[in-house]
Ligand binder design. Structure first.
Ligand SMILES: Cc1cc2nc3c(=O)[nH]c(=O)nc-3n(C[C@H](O)[C@H](O)[C@H](O)COP(=O)(O)OP(=O)(O)OC[C@H]3O[C@@H](n4cnc5c(N)ncnc54)[C@H](O)[C@@H]3O)c2cc1C
Ligand code: FES
Length: 280
């Protein structure tokens, strides 16, 4: 079983969970993810392995509370168990000493960019991290990334912290001022698309980690299908990372919206039941 060592809220709608999972802690590499199931009737939630402690046999995940399953996860207490944690899944990031690496994280994507930035730095790259959120409240992992990079730039859309503006504004300034050998971007699809369009004009190799809808995580169901370089790919087994300049982002956005109404209905029903349970 997968015992929860810690489960805390670190911002308005983001939780940090540390889980006992010795096999995954030993074998995971930057860029990989797990699929967790909270309880016997739970759906599968893909989450990036943000960190791991080989000695303690634990993995750390960050989750945004967006719907029923992540809400259920946020209610789990220290000492309780998760029904299942499968992984490590997906291909690890292609880590080399490229020269200068810029890692761009947006919102909850900062959690996924964290292990990649660490691995890029350990491989000898000069590592610049740009992290951004809608506002200060939603910004995560700034301190962790600060100690693990050569340079860190923070942006908020509303200017409540760091530089006012988008991560792409700062990325453009860097691309204009120095040679960049690789860019890795993880965040909302419109952000990854914007990064990709920008780096294409500078001809800089760019990787993105895609958050497609996943069901089985084995390449069998087809739920996570994306089009890359005009070919059908499955994010769970062929990704989650792809060459940004070859991804059909518009199709990905459409597919992510497919179940919006059902998800909203499920979340409303779930919170309504919880209110009843708590006598409200
Ligand atoms: C490889 C990968 C790594 C991810 N890493 C993280 C992470 O580290 N932290 C994090 O907060 N989120 C991550 N996600 C997204 C996360 O899996 C979804 O936010 C989560 O499943 C939502 O579950 P829910 O029931 O609470 O929300 P729902 O109400 O079911 O969905 C809300 C929204 O979440 C997205 N979503 C729902 N189900 C899935 C699914 N099975 N796969 C992908 N997206 C889905 C959709 O855009 C949907 O509109 C990752 C997704 C993938 C594919
Ligand atoms: S999640 Fe089913 S094919 Fe990828």
């Amino acid at each position: 079983m997968y015992t929860i060592i810690q489960n805390t809220k670190i911002s308005t709608n983001v939780g940090k969970i540390v889980i006992e999972a010795p096999y995954i802690a030993q074998h995971r590499k930057a860029g990989q993810f797990v699929i967790i199931i909270v309880d016997e009737v739970g759906e599968r939630i893909p989450l990036t392995i943000a960190d791991a402690d080989k000695e303690k046999g634990t993995i750390t995940l960050y989750y945004q509370i967006v719907g029923t399953s992540t809400h259920k996860l946020s209610l789990k207490k220290e000492g309780e168990e998760l029904y299942n944690v499968a992984g490590p899944l997906g291909h690890p990031t292609d880590i080399h000493n490229y020269g200068t690496a810029v890692c761009v994280g947006g919102g909850i994507g900062i959690a996924a960019v964290n292990p990649i930035a660490v691995a890029m730095k350990e491989a000898g790259n000069y590592c610049i991290n740009i992290i951004g959120a809608r506002n200060k409240e939603l910004l995560i992992l700034e301190q962790e990334l600060k100690v693990k990079s050569d340079q860190i730039i923070v942006t908020t859309d509303d200017g409540s912290y760091g530089i006012k503006g988008f991560v792409t504004d700062e990325l453009k300034k860097i691309l204009d001022s120095r040679k960049v050998d690789i860019v890795v971007a993880v965040g909302p699809v419109p952000m990854m698309k914007a990064v990709s369009e920008l780096t294409r004009t500078y001809n800089v190799k760019t990787l993105v980690s895609l958050n497609s809808i996943m069901v089985d995580g084995t390449g069998m169901c087809g739920g996570c299908r994306v089009t890359v370089d005009g070919k059908k790919q499955f994010t769970c087994v062929d990704g989650p990372e792809f060459d940004a300049h070859l991804v059909d982002f518009d199709e990905l956005m459409k597919r992510l919206n497919t179940y919006k109404d059902q998800e909203k209905e499920s979340f409303e029903k779930h919170t309504c039941q919880l209110e009843k349970y708590h006598g409200r």
